[in-house]
Design a protein around this ligand. Structure first.
Ligand code: FBP
Length: 553
C-alpha cells in the first residue's frame, strides 16, 4: 500500500524561494525602523487599551555587513481559525530560521489552536517531523481552533505554560480575529513584564486581512485558483449541455475578494458583489429582479443556462438582512441561557424570535423559507460571527428567482426554461497543496517571523511585500498590529478588533469587473484556468492572483 501520492512525494522536495534579505541568513540581518504608526480608526480608545504596544514603527530587514551570534530562544506556534493552504510552510520557515539562528533553539507547536497554549497541549518539532509536512496543505501538523484569547485567566494560564517550556516568543498564525488575539496577548505579556513576545502571521483564504502594508493574506492565492479551476470546469459543462443555471456560492465570509478573484479568473455570466449590494442599498427583491432580467434576456437568445457566483457573505450585506442579522445576533446571545427557548421546536423558536423583533424585521424574518430562518439562528462562532458558510444563500436566491420567473412567464416576459444546480465551494480550497506562490510566501512569512523575534519585537505582524515581483525582490519586515485596529460590536459589546478589508467600489479591482460585466452576462466569455501547476514554466507556476496584479501593477 502506498503512503504518499506521487505529487506528495515530489512536493516534499520543493525548496521555497526567499527574499534576498532573508536568504542572506538570519544572523546577518539588520532591522531598519520606518515610520511610527497610528490605529486605523478609534485612535484614542485603541491607544488606551494597548498602552504598552501602541504606535510602534513599521520595520524592514536589510542585509548587514557582519554575522552576529544569536542567543537561545524557544518559540511556541499556534495555527488559528480556518485552514489556509501554506500554514505548514509558515511553521517550516519559522523552524528553519530558528535553527539557523541557534541550533539549541526549540520550536513547540500548540495543539488544536489557541486552546493549546491555555491547556498546555503541545508537541516539540524536530527535523523529521517538519520535513514530512513541507509544502503540504492543511493544518493537520498541529490542528487549529477558534478559541478567543481574551480573559485574564486565559492569559495567566498561557504564561504558566510558556514559563514551563522556557518559551520567550509565541507566533500566532491567523486571520483578523486571531491576530486580534495576538495583539491582546502581546499587550498583556508586556504589561505584566513577562518578557514574552508575540508575533502574528497574516493567514486567511478570505483575503480580507490586507492594508497598505499587508498586500495579501496567505492561502488566498491557492484557494481562489482551486475555486477558479472548479468554476471553469462547470462553465465547460454548462456550455456543453446548455441546460442548467449553476449558482455557485464561494467562501470568503464577509468580503467578496474570493468571489471577485475567482470571477476575474473565469469570467462567469453573473458575479454578485456584497459590498456593491450594501453600497447601493439593494433589497433581496432587487437583486433577484436584476438577475431575472439577465436570465430572461439570455432565454430570448435561446440560452437557458449560465453561471452565477454568489459571495458567501452576501446575506449580511443586504441592508434589510444586515439589520435583521444584527438584531438576531443580540437576541440569540440573550436567549442562550433561556431554557424555554432552547427546548422548543424550530417553528416555536421562530415565533418567539419574531415576537421580539421590530415590525419590519419580524415580517422579513417570517417571510424567509424555514431552512434559511433556522440557518440564521445557528450558533455564532466564538468571535460572535454568523456562520455564513452554513447559510444557503444560493438556494434562497434560486427559490426566489424560480418564483419570480413563474410570474414573468405568466406575464409573457419570460420565454425560457429554468433548471438550476446549487454549489458551494469552500472547504474544497482551504487545504489544497499550496501553489508555488503560497509555498514561497508562507515559508518567507515564517522565516521572517523569527527575524522579528530575534530583534526583540512584539505585537507585530510578519510582513512580506512587493509580491508581484520575483521572490528575491520581496521586502521582508513587520507591521505593528495596533495599526490595523478599530472598535467594533461583538457579542453585543464594543471590542478592539483588526479592521476587515472589504472590496472598494472605487478601487481598480472592482472597476475591472464592472467594466466587463455586461459582456460576460450575454456573450459567454468563459475562461478555463485549469488545475494549479506546480512544475513547469514560471509563467504558469508562479502566477500571482489577478487581484494582486491589478492592485500592485
Ligand atoms: P478565517 O477567518 O479563520 O481564515 O476563516 C476562513 C473561513 O474559511 C471563512 O471563509 C468561512 O466563512 C469560515 O472559515 C468557515 O468556518 P468553519 O471552518 O468554522 O466552518
Amino acid at each position: 500500500m502506498k503512503t504518499l501520492s506521487p505529487l506528495q512525494q515530489e512536493r516534499l522536495k520543493y525548496q521555497p524561494k526567499l527574499p534576498e534579505s532573508l536568504k542572506a541568513g538570519i544572523n546577518k540581518l539588520v532591522c531598519v525602523e520606518k515610520e511610527k504608526t497610528e490605529a486605523v480608526k478609534d485612535k484614542e480608545q485603541i491607544k488606551e487599551l494597548f498602552a504598552k504596544t501602541y504606535g510602534q514603527a513599521i520595520v524592514e530587514f536589510a542585509v548587514g555587513t557582519e554575522e552576529k551570534a544569536s542567543g537561545i530562544k524557544n518559540v511556541g506556534v499556534i495555527l488559528s481559525g480556518g485552514q489556509a493552504p501554506g500554514g505548514h510552510n509558515v511553521i517550516a520557515g519559522l523552524y528553519d530560521a530558528l535553527k539557523q539562528a541557534n541550533k539549541e533553539n526549540k520550536l513547540y507547536g500548540f495543539l488544536g489552536g489557541p486552546s493549546g497554549i491555555i491547556d498546555g497541549k503541545y508537541v516539540e518539532f524536530d527535523d523529521k517531523f517538519i520535513d514530512a509536512y513541507r509544502n503540504t496543505g492543511g493544518f493537520d501538523i498541529i490542528g487549529s481552533g477558534r478559541t478567543k484569547l481574551e480573559t485574564e485567566e486565559q492569559f495567566k494560564k498561557s504564561l504558566e505554560v510558556c514559563k514551563k517550556l522556557n518559551i520567550s516568543a509565541v507566533v500566532i498564525i491567523g486571520g483578523d480575529d486571531s491576530n486580534t488575539n495576538a495583539a491582546l496577548l502581546a499587550e498583556w505579556f508586556v504589561k505584566h513584564d513577562t518578557g514574552i513576545q508575540v508575533i502574528g502571521c497574516p493567514k486567511t483564504i478570505d483575503g480580507d486581512l490586507k492594508n497598505d502594508q499587508i498586500e495579501v493574506s496567505f492561502g488566498f492565492d491557492t484557494a481562489t485558483k482551486t475555486y477558479a479551476e472548479l468554476i471553469g470546469n462547470i462553465q465547460r459543462d454548462a456550455n456543453s449541455a446548455k441546460k442548467y443555471w449553476h449558482f455557485i456560492k464561494i467562501m470568503g465570509r464577509s468580503a467578496s475578494h474570493v468571489a471577485v478573484e475567482a470571477a476575474l479568473q473565469t469570467q462567469p455570466n453573473i458575479c454578485l458583489v456584497s459590498e456593491e449590494v450594501e453600497e447601493k442599498k439593494m433589497s433581496l427583491n432587487q437583486i433577484v429582479e436584476d438577475m431575472c432580467k439577465i436570465i430572461c434576456k439570455r432565454a430570448e437568445n435561446g440560452k437557458n443556462f449560465g453561471i452565477v457566483i454568489v459571495p458567501e457573505g452576501l446575506i449580511e450585506f443586504i441592508p434589510e438582512m444586515k439589520d435583521l442579522i444584527s438584531s438576531l445576533n443580540d437576541l440569540t446571545h440573550e436567549l442562550e441561557s433561556d431554557e424555554t427557548y432552547q427546548n422548543v421546536r424550530s417553528e416555536e423558536k421562530f415565533k418567539i424570535i419574531a415576537s421580539k423583533l421590530n415590525e419590519n424585521n419580524a415580517k422579513l424574518f417570517m417571510s424567509l423559507p424555514a431552512l434559511i430562518k433556522a440557518q440564521l439562528l445557528m450558533d455564532r462562532d466564538p468571535h460572535g460571527n454568523v456562520q455564513v458558510s452554513r447559510i444557503e444563500t444560493e438556494k434562497l436566491l434560486i427559490e426566489m428567482i424560480r418564483t419570480r420567473l413563474n410570474e414573468l412567464k405568466d406575464e409573457g416576459v419570460y420565454v425560457g426554461k429554468f433548471s438550476d444546480q446549487a454549489h458551494f465551494f469552500g472547504y474544497e480550497g482551504r487545504c489544497a497543496f499550496p501553489s508555488n506562490f503560497d509555498a514561497d510566501y508562507c515559508y518567507s512569512l515564517g522565516f521572517n517571523a523569527f527575524a522579528l523575534i530575534n530583534f526583540g519585537l512584539t505585537g507585530y505582524l510578519s510582513s512580506v511585500k512587493n509580491l508581484i515581483k520575483p521572490a528575491k525582490e520581496w521586502v521582508a519586515g513587520g507591521v505593528p498590529l495596533t495599526m490595523m485596529m478599530n472598535m467594533e460590536k461583538r457579542h453585543g459589546e464594543m471590542k478592539p478588533v483588526i479592521q476587515k478589508a472589504l472590496i472598494k467600489l472605487d478601487g481598480k479591482v472592482f472597476k475591472e469587473l464592472e467594466a466587463m460585466r455586461e459582456e460576460w452576462a450575454m456573450n459567454d466569455r468563459y475562461l478555463f484556468p485549469g488545475a494549479i501547476q506546480y512544475f513547469g514554466p514560471s509563467e504558469v507556476c508562479d502566477l500571482t492572483t489577478v487581484t494582486l496584479q491589478i492592485e500592485h501593477a
